[in-house]
Design a protein around this ligand. Structure first.
Ligand code: AMP
Length: 398
């Protein structure tokens, strides 16, 4: 079975074609600048790379070009598009309308377009555009929606509710939904496999630390709490997002800076986080270089990020009544030694014996254990693979 995974943004469309028998990526690539002058498809397959400099006024043209690339004589891997058994689409937000991956029907499409757009105004309309483009070009091929939020659907009410009027929650759906669900699901399952345990036997805290960061408590294979909220603005401070902040401080800041609602949300999403604290960059490589050359605000940003992440690890160990494993994943989790060290520092009381030497070994794409053999709590680095989860969920639904 071959599954095409599509991740559509407003002006981009990334894809992977995965063979489900081997779970190998047969081909992958991405369209950039859709609807903008200078659009381009970069495609990989057959051990080659090729750029298609073709005008892509919309997503339909983009997906047609992707299909052409998939059967291209140089980078192509398919004889015909009939070999694609289904398409899995990444969708950022589901609200309470979908709690698991869902096969697209006219009714599902209607709910996606009429109910969920306001929950993720930048992302969900783009996903729907990508979906409609695929439906146009491949009308006979089953389409599946895979949501970033689904893995968090098992959270209990006490974890996902905000302390607001319960009627307002019911009326408007304002609650915690979380994000990065496919990543948390993938690394938690990989950790169980690596440890030779069933997911039901383990209490794991998964730390997806990237430009957007979220931490999740996975008890018995199920999400019981997560750090992101109604939107990905909540939780730890991130590249440019503030993370958790007192709502009254937001109103105060908006008044002082003369920002309206939209400006304020843009400010909290784009101008804050470690970029705002350091005044240097949102990229942890720059922060580390800055801290090493004596920039105290870069050091502060790194300290804040690690401290806030550590607090979620502790909180979730308490919430689950124990801890067997901490997993680090995503750009920072997989590559930033200093953050992993600082997060685990002082967690001996929980049963963490951190292996400082193993932490410094180079990323080899494999699962790496960075706790000592005798550590009660295992600490692992696992490369995330969100596309594979989307492909697996799509295949399962068929
Ligand atoms: P992601 O959103 O998962 O792609 O993560 C992006 C972030 O990971 C970047 O902004 C960097 O801060 C961080 N990152 C990626 N590669 C490295 C690296 N080799 N060393 C340190 N940080 C890295």
């Amino acid at each position: 079975m071959k599954i095409l995974v599509v991740n559509a943004g407003s002006s981009s469309l990334k894809y992977q074609l995965i063979d489900m028998e081997t779970e190998k990526v047969l081909a992958k690539g991405g369209c950039e600048r859709i609807g903008i002058q200078g659009s381009l498809l970069k495609a990989k397959g057959n051990g080659s790379e090729k750029e298609f400099n073709v005008d892509m006024p919309n997503h339909k043209v983009a997906i047609e070009l992707v299909l052409k690339a998939l059967s291209d004589e140089e980078v192509g891997v398919l004889a015909s598009m009939a070999e694609i058994d289904a398409v899995g689409h990444r969708v950022v937000a589901s609200g309470e309308y979908f709690t698991k991956s869902t096969l697209v029907t006219p009714e599902v499409l209607k709910v996606l377009e009429e109910k969920t757009f306001e929950l993720a105004p930048l992302h969900n309309p783009a996903a729907a555009t990508g979906l409609r483009a695929c439906m146009d070009v491949m009308p006979e091929t089953p389409m599946v929606l895979v949501f970033d939020t689904s893995f968090h659907a098992t959270m209990p009410e006490k974890a996902y509710l905000y302390g607001i009027d319960y009627e307002d929650y019911k009326k408007y759906g304002v609650r915690k939904y979380g994000a990065h669900g496919t990543s948390h699901k993938f690394v938690a399952a990989e950790a169980a496999k690596y440890l030779g345990k069933k997911p039901e036997e383990l209490k794991i805290v998964t730390c997806h630390l990237g430009n957007g960061s979220s931490i999740t408590a996975v008890d018995g294979g199920k999400c019981v709490d997560t750090s992101m909220g109604f939107t990905p603005l909540a939780g730890v401070l991130m590249g440019t997002r503030s993370g958790d902040i007192d709502a009254s401080a937001v109103e105060f800041l908006a008044r002082k800076k003369g920002m309206n609602h939209a400006d304020t949300i843009t400010y909290l999403n784009k101008k804050c986080g470690v970029a705002g604290i350091s005044g240097v960059s949102s990229d942890f490589r720059d922060l580390i270089a800055g801290a090493e050359s004596g920039n105290s605000r870069c050091k502060l940003a790194l300290d804040m990020f690690s401290y806030q992440t550590k607090k979620f690890v502790g909180a979730y160990a308490a919430a689950m009544g124990g801890l067997d494993c901490i997993v680090f994943t995503a750009g920072i989790g997989e590559n930033t030694e200093l953050v992993r060290e600082k997060v685990c520092e002082g967690l001996e009381f929980l049963g963490v014996k951190f292996d400082g030497k193993a932490n410094l070994l180079k990323n080899n794409g494999k699962i790496r254990e960075i706790s000592e053999k005798s550590s009660k709590v295992k600490v692992l680095i696992i490369s995330t693979n969100e596309e594979l989860v989307i492909a697996r969920e799509t295949a399962e639904l068929l």
